[in-house]
Design a protein. Structure first.
Lengths: 170, 183
């Protein structure tokens, strides 16, 4: 399994196609938490598909104002068909050309297979990796780790905020 | 290993002896073919262990890929509010290949419930919060698809054929027996 970038590392910026005629850059999402979910391929033939699960949990992610991004080496047209078929309501990024370049920056690329790992990153409002996790390729990592990280990030912000206001008060 | 974060409580649908030494929790989706496959197996497992097993079923509908999973879960809750959860649970799984909204109303009628009330409970989303709550408890416990089983709070990673489930539950029974003797 790859060694993915660890917490505390600034998240490498990237610009990737999100639809056939639109790009998305990570830095555009500064100011809110970002969940970056690398996965091996669209169309994995299982019911409890990872992207289908995140789709169901979107309202929970939104409670933390978090933006969820799926990312794989599939091309934009493949993503478009997959998202339509699965009724996905969040963007899928195409790490297609040069293939896997962004996954490689995050340590989430499988050279032998030519696909992304099942690697998860929660990136904080300032663009720093707050939490990361790499799951065995055959195992859907679920969402409990992501939700726990978002909760911890929120707590950290709150306690930091309290500290700031108590400083100002004294 | 993943553990069950939402303990079994009064909001749960349970089948069996409340004091059974082993609790089997299933997170399921009424439109998931794998859950449909597991259903008669789980029933056979329940029968096999009798009073030694408490079975708990919780909803985990993947609504975007299974559009009937949510109304089916809410119909089961409607039946549950009228004391017929397990009857509806069985009826839905047994009719899974022909699952539809009219069928859910028919099943309610067949169980002696009002199909009109069943339909209006779906329209008003009366049981949606309860279903969502079960789903979110599953998410927190690391459920990533269906069916997912927990045996005495520990995620069961094996296959869900009869022999596999019986073997895992037997091991748990043995462990609880030893624990009881030691205590």
């Amino acid at each position: 399994m790859s060694t993915v970038l660890a917490a505390g590392t600034p998240a490498p910026d990237f610009t990737l196609p999100v639809t056939p005629d639109q790009n998305l850059s990570l830095r555009e999402l500064r100011g809110q938490p970002v969940v970056l979910a690398f996965y091996p391929a669209d169309w994995s033939p299982v019911c409890g598909d990872q992207m289908a699960l995140y789709n169901e949990i979107l309202p929970e992610f939104q409670k933390y104002k978090a933006e969820v991004l799926g990312i794989s080496v599939d091309g934009v047209w493949c993503h478009a068909a997959f998202a339509k078929h699965q009724h996905l309501h969040f963007p899928l990024l195409a790490d297609f050309e040069p293939k896997g370049a962004v996954a490689k920056k995050y340590g989430a690329y499988r050279d032998h297979d030519g696909v992304c790992e099942r690697a998860l990153f929660v990136i904080d409002e300032e663009g720093v990796i707050f939490w990361s996790y790499c799951s065995p390729i055959a195992v859907n990592p679920g969402a409990d780790g992501i939700l726990e990280a978002l909760e911890n990030l929120k707590k950290k912000r709150q306690s930091h905020g309290d500290l700031e206001s108590s400083r100002r008060a004294s | 290993m993943a553990t069950l974060k939402a303990p079994v409580g009064p909001a749960d649908h349970t089948f069996g002896d409340q004091h059974a030494p082993v609790i089997l929790v299933e997170y399921g989706d009424y439109e998931c073919p794998h859950c449909g496959h597991a259903h008669p197996i789980v029933k056979a497992v329940r029968k096999h262990f009798g009073k030694q097993l408490l079975f708990v079923y919780r909803h985990f509908p993947l609504t975007q890929i299974h559009p009937l999973a949510e109304p089916a879960a809410e119909t089961a809750e409607f039946a549950g509010a009228n004391g017929k959860f397990w009857e509806m649970h069985d009826a839905i799984f047994e009719n899974q290949p022909s699952l539809s909204l009219p069928l859910l109303a028919e099943l309610a009628e067949a169980l002696g419930l009002s199909s009109g009330e069943a339909v209006s409970s779906l329209e008003s989303h009366e049981f949606e919060p309860k279903v969502r709550n079960a789903f979110l408890g599953g998410v927190r416990s690391g459920v990533n698809g269906t069916p997912t089983f927990f045996i005495n709070g520990q995620r069961y990673q094996g296959m869900y054929e009869f022999e596999d489930l019986v073997e895992a539950i037997d091991a748990e029974l043995l462990a609880s027996e030893k624990h009881r003797r030691a205590g």
